[in-house]
Write a protein that binds this ligand. Sequence first.
Ligand SMILES: O=C(O)[C@@H](CO)OP(=O)(O)O
Length: 228
Amino acid sequence: MPKLILVRHGQSQWNLENRFTGWWDVDLTGKGIEEAKAAGDLLAEKDVLPTVAFTSYQTRAIKTLHHALDRCNRLWIPETKDWRLNERHYGGLTGLDKQETRDKHGDEQVHIWRRSFDVPPPEMESGGKYDLSVDPRYAGIPVPTSESLKLTIERVLPYFQSDILPMISAGETVIISAHGNSLRALVKHLSGISDDDITGLEIPTGQPIIYEFDDAMKPAERYYLKDS
Ligand SMILES: O=C(O)[C@@H](CO)OP(=O)(O)O
């Protein structure tokens, strides 16, 4: 049965500091590295060994993938990076402290920015400290100025369907190392979760989630590998 493994990157420096991150390229903490290694150990222990890998353009997801693959002796498998698996773009909130933003704008407003389905945060100003539109890694790519979950889904899903699903159909065991919101986009689609319910789904760092597909490429309900 073809399998898909989803893993959210381990703890990042800004997860630890409680700052809005989005597309900003923050590295893993020591704890994040350990989470990624433990994910790889679990893949080895359960004998769920990836044959093809996908990740984003962001260091925390790339390093998580590499630490995990190292631990299950699969660093050699083909790997594709694509910006469409990036975290949702946090716009003008990027870099701000989440608690200070709550104190300034109120809990309700911050909850809307973080967890509404289709309300994007304020736009990022061009030329600001966290503007990545001139970063060479995004040359030729339409860098968003802000994204809701809905907008994130609109770039993650077509990429999944065109580039990742055919690999699963071909019998590969695919691993995707990505982010809270790019993975929400995939789980929403694969598990048929409503617009209202998906925003309440929290995806833990470094915990492999498994989808098994039947012959008609219909995914069964997801499960955490640690619980299998
Ligand atoms: O800051 C971010 O980019 C994301 C993921 O860490 O945070 P949130 O929980 O608000 O989606």
